[in-house]
Design a binder for this molecule. Sequence first.
Ligand code: HEC
Length: 140
Amino acid sequence: MKTLKILLIIGIVSFGLYSFDLYVQEEWDIPEKYIKMKNPTYANKENLAIGKALYSKHCKSCHGKTGIGDGPKADEFDIDIGDFSSKEFHEQTEGEIFYKSYIGRDDMPNYEKKIPDPEDMWFIVNHIKTLEEYLKTIDK
Ligand code: HEC
């Protein structure tokens, strides 16, 4: 009986540690060069329209229309895929957003081949930067 109890405790503890591990997401390791990168494009009407269209084509399936991470494919991941409407998200530099979007890591795909012109990714970044404002208008 005692052994059973001990085994049970070991089981619970290791399950706890395992689930804890799942929820601790590693920080991104972004090269300095990217963090300081300046957006070479302007967020005018025309560029924003291109960014929005590219976002719908490449990103919406996971990140969702408004960027909150509710796309149809988002359920495939048990990690946090980010919330492009949050204040914390917009506290990072545009270069950081560009790096995560273009280079990616693990489940976040790399887009260097699918979107060969980096300028197009900057158009997407411009669009993502508008999502916070957009959500403010529909939340309340
Ligand atoms: C197949 C699903 C999928 C698609 C499509 C996808 N992403 Fe992601 N994205 C993820 C996942 C999963 C993560 C979390 C990765 C991690 O933290 O390891 C992520 C993370 C991110 C992050 C970091 C979020 C944060 O909190 O800082 C950004 C920025 C991002 N994606 C941008 C994009 C852009 C832009 C596109 C389209 C060009 C795109 N993603 C397409 C799955 C996807």
